[in-house]
Design a protein. Structure first.
Lengths: 561, 288
């Protein structure tokens, strides 16, 4: 009851309670005038308590997130992964008038990748080096701030970043760079439980925001640069007890194990960098995985290397695999599939839309995992044919060589972990595209636990044109390009769409930009002073809509004047 | 607010710890390479080099578009093992050389891995300092005179600002790179610079704009984003534009610098200019 404590502190000078210490306890001597003051305080506490009780985020509230668009209850805004908000106060006619409201500084270097959550006026975010914070979402003033004491010898890839928390009940959940999962008291930031998920010394770390489903906290591990064996974990939100683990590289006797050469499965990688989504109708949670290890060298791991670069359909209660779809088999270009899969129901079909790092936009049947279509949304040279299922197939001559082999997309991919968005009003899928080809070269190395294990190197290519990027609006079912907004250089910003017909994104030059969702015309921009490495979100308090984005070391919010 | 006090205390403890670590770092860092001369370590180091360094310093450490040729006996920021370790681990402030791991594109290297990389560099470096082939004094005369380099380029404060400052270029670039940049100035410009270099964004792209009043400006881009342009015209005047208010804007990756072919600049004269660049950029001594 922190609110009561504050109230008491505030009144302390004018209402000096006399507290006498007696052997059997405390006695308060209170004057008549002060009785009224106390009654007022108590009433205040009761009302505040009621507010807090309402702030309990039940599993049902997460399911019904669409009913409270003023809040942003999970990483992608809803279980479908759409990063779309029904808020429409900011629209195409007035977006030009957006002005900054407040900024919150983490005062930390490195990339600030958080998408914060907002619940009933409180904003919960994470910063570099496993900072976490709760702010008054109206003013940006901190309510609590937390920072984990991290071991000195962690070396997480790629930067000491974190993308956000999950919330359930009165706790927020954080995966840490030293591979712990922790629950913080949403009111105080105090640690409620802290469990070790894996050994950070072997290269395991968490950078994604967990996903809360029912009473579980689900997250996947990072570390594909270290020859880890990836997994998706589920923890009891109340106790921190691990309920299940799904290894993304199957062990002996498990289906898929035969897709690994000899003992290569033990260091097979297949990490999870980004938060999954959940379909309550079929009780299925979908998680994408990253590269097989070593990332750019296929020698020694002959086979498809399941379940690397794969979309996994898991039963959230048991962690049992329902189906899987592998985007890039036997990957040698670090084509992590770790992009948010987006659930869309269209024309009676239940779909998953997925713009992959490998440059193809996939439409998949959500019930069966069957591929419906795969079309490029960026320049692609690694695949020029399709297999019997219609899946882009790897060209034999695309492998990295000692001298180097030019392949598109390059090492950072045609897109990456930055979120796409689906706008049900325009029926368009918006994705950050990166136009960059690289020269991939092999750099054979022996595996050593805890040491970076790329097996490769990459270099800028000799094209007579610099890298560039774009926000692309694709027809959600055909993948056909509707419009694009060109970025001078590739960006690491995700995209947000809103019912006001406005999509928001950021660029590497530091601009946060509002665009007309239908036409791609720029409506407004703000120079944040540093590149955007995050996916924006939106919330409302007292009927006022705020758009928020992390850039540099600051979280910025914008609203109409 | 107890939480706030605790946070503040923790902050100061962390701050003190960071200072302690910073102070201890030079003491902790060894000055002697534990793998010196170890062929196996050099091989592992080569792998590390390819993954972490070759993006800028090129395959074989012979220098790339962005990083110096490391096969030279003389290193700009110190020749001793300890100097190399420090340069790799802490980076070189004010240049594109980042501290170890700071690019946040990969995972960075352990101390052991850095020493392996140094072992590799030692295994490929030339034993003798680069011998300048040309006549540096004549090169200087050409730079400020007949070849007119100084119209656009500055060395140690003297010269123009329209092109890159060349004070340290002799040590930062391989000789072949320097020669190529004079003969084909547009070649590297056309490729642009990578994202890791974004904080050193100036590419000297050629730009021509016509403002709202119909006035035309031609020069080089100092910086730009989707909405604004900062440029310097041929008379070194600075112009700041909002792109939306311009009548027209055209960019080309054809450099403003003329390509100096053999007719304009005979091979011998070019060698002299390169010799001059090497002389002015020669490291002062062994230390930083």
């Amino acid at each position: 009851m922190r609110g009561c404590r504050w109230a008491a502190d505030m009144h302390a000078p004018s209402t000096p309670f006399e507290v006498e210490s007696k052997p059997r306890g405390l006695t308060l001597r209170i004057s008549g005038r002060e009785t009224a003051a106390i009654a007022f305080l108590l009433l205040g506490c009761l009302l505040f308590g009621a507010t807090l009780a309402r702030a309990q985020v039940t599993a049902q509230r997460l399911l019904d997130s669409g009913k409270e668009p003023q809040n942003w209850l999970m990483y992608s805004g809803d279980y479908a992964g759409r990063r779309f908000s029904a808020l429409d106060q900011v629209n195409t006619a007035n977006a030009h008038a957006l002005v900054p409201q407040w900024a919150y500084q983490t005062m930390a270097g490195g990339k600030f990748e958080t998408t914060p959550l907002v619940v009933d006026g409180i904003l919960y975010g994470t910063g570099q080096d496993n900072r976490a914070f709760a702010l008054d979402a109206r003013t940006g003033r901190p309510i609590w701030q937390y920072q984990r004491a991290l071991p000195a010898d962690i070396r997480p890839c790629c930067g000491r970043v974190n993308r956000g928390v999950a919330i359930l009940g009165d706790k927020v959940f954080l995966g840490t760079l030293d591979a712990h999962v922790i629950a913080l008291d949403a009111k105080t930031g105090n640690v409620i439980w802290d469990v070790t998920s894996a050994d950070y010394r072997a290269g395991y770390s968490f950078t994604l925001a967990p996903l809360a489903i029912k009473n579980l906290v689900i997250l996947g591990v990072s570390g594909g640069e270290y020859g880890i064996r990836g997994f998706i974990d589920a923890y009891d939100a109340a106790t921190g007890e691990r309920k299940w683990r799904f290894y993304t590289v199957p062990g002996p006797g498990e289906p898929g194990h035969e897709t690994w050469e000899d003992d290569s499965w033990k260091i097979g990688g297949a990490p999870a960098w980004i938060t999954g989504v959940y379909d309550p109708v079929t009780n299925t949670t979908f998680w994408p995985t990253g590269n097989p290890s070593p990332s750019n060298r296929g020698a020694g791991r002959a086979g498809d290397n399941l379940y690397s670069n794969t979309l996994l359909a898991l039963d959230p209660d048991t962690g049992k695999l329902k189906w899987h779809f592998q985007f890039t088999k036997h990957d040698e270009h670090d084509y992590d599939a770790t992009q948010v899969p987006v659930m869309v129901d269209e024309g009676g079909q239940h779909l998953i839309l997925h713009a992959d790092r490998n440059g193809f936009f996939y439409v998949i049947d959500r019930a069966t995992g069957k591929l419906i279509s795969a079309n490029p949304f960026a320049k692609v040279t690694w695949s020029t044919s399709k297999d019997a299922e219609g899946r882009p197939a790897t060209d034999k001559n695309g492998s990295p060589t000692a001298e180097g082999n030019r392949v598109c997309p390059g090492a950072a991919g045609a897109t990456n972990w930055m979120s796409p968005t689906y706008d049900p009003q325009t029926k368009l899928f918006y994705v950050t595209a990166r136009e960059q080809c690289d020269v991939f070269s092999t750099a054979p190395q022996t595996f050593e636990q805890g040491h970076a294990y790329y097996g490769s190197a990459y270099f800028p290519n000799d094209d007579a044109a610099p890298f560039w990027g774009a926000l692309r609006a694709l027809d959600a079912t055909t993948g056909k390009l509707k419009w694009e907004w060109k970025h001078p250089s590739p960006t690491w910003s995700g995209v947000l769409s809103t019912a006001g017909g406005v999509v928001f994104t950021g660029d590497a030059e530091g601009n946060f930009i509002a665009l007309d969702a239908a036409s791609g015309k720029a409506l407004w921009h703000f120079q944040c002073g540093a590149s955007v490495y995050s996916s924006p979100m939106v919330f409302a308090i007292d009927g006022k809509e705020y758009v928020a984005v992390a850039a540099g070391s600051a979280l910025f919010t914008f609203a109409l004047p | 607010m107890p939480t706030s006090t605790r946070t503040t205390n923790a902050f100061y403890v962390l701050l003190l710890l960071s200072f302690a670590v910073l102070l201890a770092l030079p003491l902790l860092a060894q000055d002697k390479n534990p793998f010196a001369g170890n062929a196996q370590a050099a091989k592992v180091g080569e792998s590390q080099f390819r993954a972490n360094c070759a993006f800028c310093h090129g395959l074989g450490a012979r220098g790339g578009g962005r990083g110096p040729d490391l096969t030279r006996a003389q290193k700009m920021h110190g020749n001793a093992d300890g100097d190399l370790f420090r340069t790799i681990n802490q980076g070189v402030p004010g240049t594109a050389m980042p501290p170890n791991g700071a690019t946040q594109q990969g995972v960075g290297m352990t101390e052991e891995e850095i020493w392996q990389v140094i072992t590799y560099i030692r295994s490929v470096e030339k034993k003798a300092p680069v011998a300048a082939l040309g006549d540096a004094a004549h090169g200087k005369a050409l730079f400020y005179g007949g070849a007119a380099c100084s119209t656009c380029h500055m060395i140690n404060g003297k010269g123009g600002r329209l092109g890159p400052d060349l004070s340290t270029t002799g040590s930062a670039r391989a000789t072949e790179y320097l020669v190529d940049s004079v003969r084909n100035p547009s070649r590297r410009l056309a490729q642009g610079i990578g994202e890791a270099m974004k904080e050193f964004s100036q590419e000297y792209v050629t730009v021509t704009v016509v403002d709202a009043g119909g006035q035309k400006f031609k020069g080089v881009v100092l910086n730009e984003d989707s909405f604004t342009l900062q440029m310097m015209d041929m008379r070194e005047q600075l112009h700041l534009f909002e792109k939306g208010k311009l009548r027209s804007m055209e960019e080309t990756r054809e450099s403003l610098m003329p390509g100096y072919d053999e007719k304009l600049l005979p091979e011998k004269d070019l060698q002299d200019i390169v010799a001059y660049l090497l002389t002015v950029a020669a490291p002062a001594g062994g230390g930083q």
